[in-house]
Design a protein around this ligand. Structure first.
Ligand SMILES: [Fe+2]
Length: 246
């Protein structure tokens, strides 16, 4: 039995197997630098749970945005080193990579302009758009990334409600070479019924290039156990996802 579960009074459902998905390209596991894990203890809980799920590689993607979380190479690298030490000291079979989830704002513009980005696997830049209103900035920023040789990877396209029931909006981005990353939690209905439906539509349209947990803590990883109730979870495991190990 895993020692970190000893003493836990509530019996959690069994962890879902993400062994076929292999790596998580979206999570907030770095302690104390955004609204995800707040300390090393919480990061360690998540690490143990990743092992239970059969994940082999974690790409840490803390928020980088001008208003709340103005993280830099330095803050991300320092926090990443703490988690790397946890992995080593607990002898966990996990590979950790430092990246970021960039918010489409003026800070992102500056980082692209000055070549100060942390790509996933030296190629993909994970970015997110405003939740409330469509942003023309996003298109411009994606073009800038491509001109720099990166592949833009848009986080959770199913969560932008202003695109719901407007499939042309999705196809415009896809046709312009932007990859889409689905939040696995969307398939459980965690963000709402509309987000779940949008996630299913994106999968049915074959628009999904990668998936991530977007886990901000252990509670999100545990919630993934409900994935088995969605028939499309089977399909996802067959897809040639970018986040599968090469
Ligand atoms: Fe995120």
């Amino acid at each position: 039995m895993f020692s970190f579960l000893k003493g836990s009074k509530s019996k959690s459902p069994q962890a879902v197997s993400l062994a076929a998905i292999e790596s998580d390209w979206h999570c907030h596991i770095l302690p104390g630098i955004d609204d995800g894990s707040q300390n090393e203890e919480q990061s360690l809980e998540m690490l143990h749970y990743y092992v239970q799920m059969g994940i082999k590689k974690i790409v840490a993607t803390p928020h980088v945005r001008a208003d709340f979380y103005k993280n830099t190479h330095e803050t991300i690298t320092a926090a990443c080193q703490k988690v790397q030490k946890l992995i080593q000291s607990h002898n966990l079979p996990l590979v950790l990579e430092a990246s970021a989830e960039y918010y489409a704002d003026e800070n992102f513009f500056e980082l692209i302009t000055h070549g100060q980005l942390l790509p996933i696997e030296n190629q993909y830049i994970l970015f997110e758009l405003p939740m409330q209103n469509a942003s023309l900035w996003g298109v411009k920023l994606a073009e800038m990334l491509q001109k720099k040789g990166y592949t833009p990877l848009l986080a959770h396209p199913e969560r932008y409600r202003y695109w719901h029931n407007k499939p042309k909006e999705w196809s415009l981005w896809k046709n312009n070479g932007v990859c889409f990353q689905l939040n696995l939690l969307s398939l459980t209905g965690f963000y709402g019924a509309a987000e779940r439906r949008a996630a299913e539509q994106l999968l049915e349209a074959d628009y999904i290039d990668a998936v991530g947990t977007d886990a901000h803590g252990l509670r999100h990883l545990q919630k993934l156990s409900e994935l088995t109730q969605n028939p499309l979870f089977e399909n996802i495991q067959q897809l040639p996802l970018l986040n599968r190990l090469g």
